[in-house]
Each structure stands twice: as structure tokens, then as C-alpha cells.
Design a binder for this molecule. Structure first.
Ligand code: TXA
Ligand code: MG
Length: 340
């Protein structure tokens, strides 16, 4: 599994050509997008898509996002392109927005896990766009991590978790956004938010009106967007969320863990939490106080604390304002409250 460094701003031709050739012969290439690293395969090659599911250990019922170079490419994969899709694409593509639309029969069933819809996105990353242009096929790319684990925001994260199962990794450095795209379903009567993410409902609603929000999703409904399955985005360590008012209890939990020989890390956000006696914490990370900065750092911090051998990671809860919704969702799913 070679890793090739590429200039994230102005990718060199040679590594991109090599990556495109691998995609066109049915191989798997990990590449950076603005959100997280994706593991790419030719969306029109059923055998390649099957290899992709196998490499990730992804359940066969969890559909993939087809990445395309522009809205024109997206339209070739769908049966219907409503006005709302036009408005959202014009406003946010290339960017961290995924649209779910009725699927064209041209796309192999496996891509959409048998659903009648397909998810499409134009990523805002020069390396991803160069690869899409060079390969000239749509590329399905789930986050390049084993199913349910923390998504990769650096090439090293991909190497460590999936290295041997990938034909090539394009290393374009750390990703800028840090959490996954927002998924909006435009296939029904009313636009629905299937996965909160990098773009907040505040940013999207001026273009589509009110977005129907997902309730707690379980059972059959979870299969409509399996990214909403409860436990997901989870590090090896046990993750516990606490509100600043619960800091004392959280530190008692940390002390018990440390006394039992465990290693404890913490992601703190407020001065109040940072001010308490943090003696039982071996690894304290002061997180950025703005949502964009927090999202950018979150997965790399979780990967690092896992690598440092943390058994318990305490995470101070984040605000409930719309820009934090994607982060809140990922933290909840990574935490014990989602362990089914
Ligand atoms: O930012 C991102 O979206 C990253 C980068 C690599 O583009 N990709 C990503 O892919 O997060 P993945 O496979 O980890 O998550 C795709 C999400 C899942 O929640 C999946 O269930 C949902 O999109 N999805 C895909 N196709 C769908 C469909 N037809 N209907 C409903 N949800 C769909
Ligand atoms: Mg994922």
C-alpha cells in the first residue's frame, strides 16, 4: 500500500494519474476531501464497489456516497433533479453537502444498498476534484475507516487502520473541515436532514425551507440512513460525555479508573472545566471554543488519545446552537450512551 504525498492546493499530475488508473482498473484509493479522507472506488464497477464494502467491513445495507466533479456529473446518476437540488448545489457545491435523490438505473444496486435513492456530492478539495476529473467516472467514497470507527482526517489515520487493504493512499495533509458532510434527502415530499454535519441547518434552510429533523432512529428506519445507526464514529476507549455542572462526578469517575490502573484522557472546552483538579487525568486536551475549530480537531484528538492507550475519554459537552449539531451528533454516537 504505497502512500504518495500530493500538494493539497495544486496536486501534481503523476500521483493523480496513478490513482485514476487504479480506480479505473477496479482498485481502491484513499484520498483527502475537505471533510475527512474517503476510500474511493469506481461507482460504476460493481466488483470494485464490493471490494470497498469488504475492505471497510461495512454492512451491505449501508449505502455509499457517489462523488462527482460537478453538478452535471451528479445529474447523470439521478432520475430526477428538483429545483431544490439546483439551489443547494449552486450555493454549496463544491462543498460538504450530500444530496439524496432518486437513483438512475445506471448505478449498480450495491452502491445504494438496494435503496431507490442515491447520495451524491461534489467535494471541495483540489486533490479529490483532480482525481474525479482524471478518472472521469463517479467515485464512491465512504470515510476511509473500518466500519463504526473514528473517521480519518490525516493519511496516517488511514495507513494505521486500513493500510493493507488499500491500493494507494494520496496524502494531502490534514483535512480542513474535520467532520463529515451534511446529508439532505430530497427524494421525498419535504427535504429531510438525514445526517447533521459540516453545514448547519441555519446555513441550508434559506435555500430549502425548514428541514425535517430526524428523531432518534432505530430499527427499520435506521436503514434509511445507516450513518444514523447508534454507535458509530467511536474510538477504542470508552467515551463519557459530561456537562460542566457534572465536572466533579466526571473527575471521580476518572479517579476510579486511574486507581484501577487505567489511562484517562479528557477533551475540555470551558475555563470552568479546565480549572478543576485534573490530577486523575493523564492526557488533557483543551479544545477550540469555536465549532469550526472543534470539528477540525476532534477526530485527530480521538485518534491520538487512542494511540496513547487511553481506556477512558471524558468529553465536556458542547453547546446546543446549530453550528455544533454535527459535532454533538458524533460525540453522542462515540459515547457510552450509544453503546447498544
Ligand atoms: O464527508 C463525507 O460525506 C465523507 C467524505 C469522504 O465525502 N463520506 C462519508 O461517507 O462520510 P460514509 O459512507 O462514511 O457516510 C455516508 C452516509 C451514511 O450515513 C449513509 O447511510 C448515507 O450517507 N447515505 C448514503 N447513501 C444514502 C441513501 N441513498 N439514502 C440515505 N442515506 C444514504
Ligand atoms: Mg463514515
Amino acid at each position: 500500500m504505497p502512500t504518495l504525498r500530493v500538494d493539497a492546493e495544486d496536486p501534481e499530475r503523476e500521483p493523480i494519474a496513478r490513482a485514476a488508473a487504479i480506480i479505473l482498473r477496479g482498485g481502491l484509493v484513499a484520498f483527502p476531501t475537505e471533510t475527512v479522507y474517503g476510500l474511493g472506488a469506481n461507482a460504476l464497477d460493481d466488483a470494485a464497489v464490493a471490494r470497498l464494502y469488504a475492505a471497510k467491513g461495512r454492512p451491505h445495507y449501508n449505502p455509499l456516497i457517489a462523488h462527482v466533479a460537478d453538478a452535471r456529473g451528479a445529474r447523470t446518476l439521478v432520475e430526477r433533479w428538483p429545483d431544490t437540488a439546483d439551489r443547494l448545489a449552486a450555493a454549496f457545491w463544491p462543498g460538504p453537502l450530500t444530496l439524496v435523490l432518486p437513483k438512475s438505473p445506471r448505478v449498480p444496486e450495491r452502491v445504494s444498498a438496494g435503496l431507490a435513492t442515491i447520495a451524491v456530492r461534489v467535494p471541495a478539495h483540489p486533490v479529490a476534484l483532480a482525481l474525479l476529473q482524471a478518472a472521469a467516472v463517479p467515485i464512491v467514497a465512504p470515510s476511509a475507516n473500518p466500519s463504526t470507527a473514528v473517521s480519518p482526517t490525516r493519511a496516517e489515520h488511514v495507513e494505521k487502520a486500513l493500510g493493507q487493504r488499500v491500493d494507494l493512499i494520496l496524502d494531502g495533509g490534514a483535512t480542513a473541515v474535520g467532520i463529515e458532510s451534511t446529508v439532505v434527502d430530497l427524494s421525498g415530499e419535504r427535504p429531510m436532514l438525514l445526517r447533521p454535519g459540516a453545514l448547519s441547518t441555519d446555513e441550508l434552510e434559506p435555500y430549502v425551507g425548514e428541514l425535517e429533523l430526524p428523531g432518534p432512529v432505530t430499527g427499520a428506519a435506521a436503514r434509511l440512513s445507516p450513518g444514523m445507526m447508534e454507535r458509530h464514529y467511536a474510538p477504542r476507549a470508552e467515551v463519557r460525555l459530561f456537562h460542566s455542572s457534572e465536572t466533579a462526578e466526571a473527575m471521580s469517575r476518572a479517579r476510579r479508573k486511574a486507581e484501577a490502573g487505567g489511562t484517562v484522557g479528557a477533551l475540555l472546552r470551558t475555563e470552568a472545566a479546565a480549572a478543576v483538579d485534573s490530577e486523575p487525568l493523564q492526557h488533557v486536551v483543551r479544545m477550540p471554543t469555536d465549532a469550526a475549530g472543534y470539528a477540525r480537531d476532534l477526530y485527530a484528538v480521538l485518534h491520538r488519545l487512542d494511540a496513547l492507550g487511553c481506556d477512558l475519554i471524558l468529553v465536556e459537552a458542547v453547546p446546543s446552537a446549530p453550528p455544533w449539531a454535527g459535532i454533538r451528533d458524533r460525540l453522542r454516537r462515540a459515547s457510552e450512551s450509544a453503546r447498544g
